[in-house]
Design a protein around this ligand. Structure first.
Ligand code: HPA
Ligand code: ZN
Length: 336
């Protein structure tokens, strides 16, 4: 029998691919615009929602950067983070490793420390509710490399408050190798390393992210399937892929959910996980993605527990926290 939506929503998971700016729901865009006196290029929540039709990663990024202009203060980032954690909790998320685009905010004059502090405030209140997590400073690959280095240096004294660094924004034409010195410095600071690769870009970008950046986890990575040698390596070395099904369909990386390769990845023995990427824009949070996949693929029912366990294994949570999360999944499985 197909797993009910309620049961999918109660599956304990770790979210590993989530851009906090991508959780900016239309009503919050308008609330913060009013709070901060920011003029918006759309008249209403409905008019904004009408722009939620994307043809590529870039067509989404244009709107994503427009909307995040309402985020100005530490308090704004706290509000944003808390609303995400509330929604994530309702969807079973018990650990969240969250990307933030400090560089995009710095270009608007927002101090990266205000961004960091607001998000840490939110994570602090999340911990009280039973969600642990951390923050990943993500570099914008379509902006100059020296700017990324400067952003990293501006937060170097706060390295202890960061979990790691990542690489996002427009992929094609901005190969990982450009960011080799930035990731080398992040490693020196003791930070964990992840990178978006193989979303719109080729499998060779995934190889570069591993070989030149030292990425421990690949965000998206689905185009790795075009390179059998790479897939074999990801399996053998247990390098996780943080896969985002709704995102892939919304950004036209995959024509429709029924053609999504999530089960192929699992069949190849890859540590694949399901994540929401930019849930306010792509139609749902983590369990919504799982429920969508379960609708599209009857065989997903048998893979739900595996996906949840993969998310825990692929996380940077402590060994103790991982054991707690696996125990929550044990409990879920025993209630079947
Ligand atoms: N890909 C690359 N950059 C991003 C994304 C994404 O899906 N979301 C926010 N920044
Ligand atoms: Zn992403």
């Amino acid at each position: 029998m197909a797993t009910s939506t309620a049961r999918i929503f109660s599956l304990p998971t770790a979210e590993l691919h989530l851009h906090i700016e991508g959780t900016l729901e239309p009503d919050l865009v308008f609330e913060l615009a009013e709070r901060n006196g920011v003029a918006l290029p759309f008249e209403s929540v409905e008019a904004l929602r009408e722009r939620y039709h994307f043809t590529s990663l870039q067509s989404f990024l244009d709107l994503y950067y427009d909307c995040m202009a309402v985020l100005r203060t530490r308090e704004d980032f706290r509000t944003l983070g808390e609303r995400y954690l509330d929604r994530a909790y309702e969807q079973g998320v018990r650990h969240a490793e969250i990307f933030f685009d400090a560089q995009a905010h710095a270009t608007r004059g927002v101090d990266p420390e205000d961004v960091l502090d607001g998000l840490l405030d939110a994570l602090g209140s999340g911990t009280q509710r039973g969600i642990t997590g951390g923050l990943i400073l993500s570099f914008l690959r379509d902006r100059p490399v020296p700017e990324a280095l400067q952003t990293l240096e501006s937060l170097a004294h706060r390295a202890g408050d960061l979990l790691g660094v990542g690489l996002d924004s427009a992929e094609v034409g901005y190969p990982p190798r450009l960011f080799t010195p930035v990731f080398a410095r992040a490693k020196e600071l003791g930070l964990r390393l992840v990178a978006h690769a193989g979303e719109e870009g080729p499998a060779s970008y995934v190889r570069e992210a591993l070989d030149l950046l030292g990425a421990e986890r690949i965000d998206h990575g689905i185009r790795s399937l075009e390179d059998p040698g790479l897939i074999e390596r990801l399996r053998r070395e247990r390098i996780p892929l943080t896969v985002c099904p709704f995102s892939n369909v919304k950004l036209a990386v995959i024509p429709r959910l029924a053609e999504h390769p999530i089960l192929d990845l699992l069949d190849h023995g890859i540590v694949a996980t399901v994540n929401s990427d930019d849930p306010a824009y792509f139609g749902g949070y983590l369990a919504d993605n799982m429920a969508g996949l379960a609708d599209a693929f009857p065989a997903l029912d048998g893979a739900l527990e595996r996906l949840a366990r993969n998310s825990v294994d692929a996380s940077f949570a402590s060994g103790e926290r991982k054991a707690e999360l696996h125990a929550l999944i044990d409990e879920w499985a025993s209630r079947a």
